[in-house]
Design a protein around this ligand. Structure first.
Ligand code: GDP
Ligand code: IMO
Ligand code: MG
Length: 429
């Protein structure tokens, strides 16, 4: 076994955490490679829910090394709070390391995130207010701070003096907000330094060693393909690359070493925040799916927007990421529906489209074209193999695979580990 990438194929919250946890005991390493604590990955074990934001979802397996790669932006305060919660739950984190190259979310980033959203007014994006966009902006602008900087107090102080001038200028002049105090930030972050120090590593030799020994590695994506800064519904996206390409750059694993790419898709679609959503269901049916699926954000608690499965989105995600294997989650949420729709493409200004168009205004106003399938009207919760599923459900899963362009290898019918029907193990052989 070698390197497998796992990404979300839609707008996030596809159930990636559950699948990572499930596969973690078969790999030697799980690597998060992008995003930050905007992510919320839920793992349920024996009815007990664990939520991960920065810590990789493989942590419940003590034999698996969990790596926070350099493509992730780490808020040290949020990271330490998350560790406390996990430790209180009896989860050990001895098997966790953070790349010294990972950038940090600084205290001014969430403030600038919020102020930026307010400034946009009606055009706001609906961010998580975790400062993720501003942290990646600073990384690209080359005024970011990296985790390794916590180990260099003099450098941190000198750089902060320069960067804070820029930040305070923006805060006070553009937004009329309070400036940040240099020594308060320094004190706070140097306090974190001591606590985070045991986790900080140069991950290059760790990853190279695993690659050389052909140890199985699983790359954990956050967010989803449609939230990608390049391929997503820009500007209603996140500020990183939740794609297979992003998994490589964010971990330092070369594309030539990737053996398999798994796409996790929900059996319907959800989206948190604003932006086009061609298959969105507003009204009773949408409310019903939201309540049945418990579609409220793991990170912010916001109600998720809900819609039918969009195979045009899925085909696009499969094609642009080389997805070989689909994991279809939350099939049980559709158990009681009479008829179920799958979007196969769009009609926009008299033209037919088989993939999401770049023009988000067109995507917002297009008509989704649907294929309709009969519901199975039976509970799938106790099914333990694909053959146990009602025939109409099997037909739905089959059709999802055909229209999306990849095999559905795993079907999930509930949040717990046991609610998982594996037709073929999706990991690299
Ligand atoms: P992630 O961000 O992709 O890891 O997904 P989230 O954890 O944010 O959201 C997925 C939610 O669905 C979580 O509450 C999971 O416990 C839950 N879940 C995952 N798979 C299934 C499933 O097959 N059926 C049901 N009913 N819930 C599921
Ligand atoms: P996981 O990993 C769903 C969305 C936000 C917003 C947009 C930009 O749990 O699937 P940001 O704070 O990133 O600048 O917000 O991206 N978003 C997510 N939606 N799941 C996530 O993560 C998300 N992370 C960010 O709601 O629309
Ligand atoms: Mg989530």
């Amino acid at each position: 076994m070698s390197v497998t990438i796992l990404i979300g194929g839609q707008w996030g919250d596809e159930g990636k955490g559950k699948v990572i946890d499930l596969l973690a005991d078969r790999v030697s390493m799980v690597v998060r490679s992008q995003g930050g604590n905007n992510a919320g990955h839920t793992v349920v074990v024996n009815g007990r829910e664990h939520r991960f934001h920065l810590v990789p979802s493989g942590i419940l397996n003590p034999a698996t090394l969990c790596v926070i790669g350099h493509g992730v932006v780490v808020d040290p305060r949020a990271f330490l709070q998350e560790l406390d919660l996990h430790h209180a739950d009896g989860i050990a984190t001895d098997n966790l390391v953070i790349s010294e190259r990972a950038h940090m979310v600084m205290p001014y980033h969430p403030v600038l995130d919020k102020l930026g959203e307010e400034l946009r007014g009606d055009d706001r994006l609906g961010t998580t207010f975790r400062g993720i966009g501003p942290a990646y902006e600073d990384k690209v602008r080359r005024i970011g701070f990296r985790i390794g900087d916590l180990q260099k107090p003099a450098f941190l102080e000198k750089k902060l003096r320069f960067v804070l001038r820029l930040k305070n200028e923006t805060l006070t002049r553009l937004y009329g907000a309070e400036p940040f105090d240099e020594s308060a930030i320094l004190d706070e972050y140097l306090g974190y330094a001591e606590l985070i120090d045991p986790y900080i590593r140069d991950i290059y030799p760790i990853i190279q060693d695993a690659l050389q020994r052909r140890r199985p590695i699983l790359l954990e994506g956050a967010q989803g393909v449609m939230l990608d800064i390049d391929t997503g519904t820009y500007p209603y996206v996140t500020s990183s690359s939740p794609t297979a390409g992003g998994a490589c750059t964010g971990s330092g694993i070369p594309p030539s070493r990737i053996d398999k790419t798994i796409g996790v898709f929900k059996a319907y679609t959800t989206r948190v925040g604003y932006g086009p959503f061609p298959t969105e269901l507003v009204g009773e049916l949408g409310d019903f799916i939201r309540e049945t699926g418990g579609e409220y954000g793991t990170t912010t608690g916001r109600a998720r927007r809900v819609g039918w499965y969009d195979a045009a989105v899925a085909r696009y995600a499969v094609a642009t990421n080389g997805i070989d294997s689909i994991v279809l989650t939350k099939v049980d949420v559709l158990d009681t529906l009479d008829r179920i729709r799958i979007c196969t493409g769009y009609r926009s200004k008299g033209e037919l489209w088989d993939h999401p168009m770049a023009n988000i205004s067109h995507l917002k106003h297009c008509d989704a074209i649907y294929e309709e399938l009969p519901g199975w009207k039976a509970s799938t919760r106790d099914c333990r193999s694909f053959d146990d599923l009602p025939p109409a459900c099997q037909a739905y899963v089959q059709r999802v695979g055909e229209l999306s362009g990849a095999e559905v290898d795993v079907v999930s019918v509930g949040p717990d580990r046991e609610h998982t029907l594996v037709r073929s193990l999706p990991l690299a052989a």
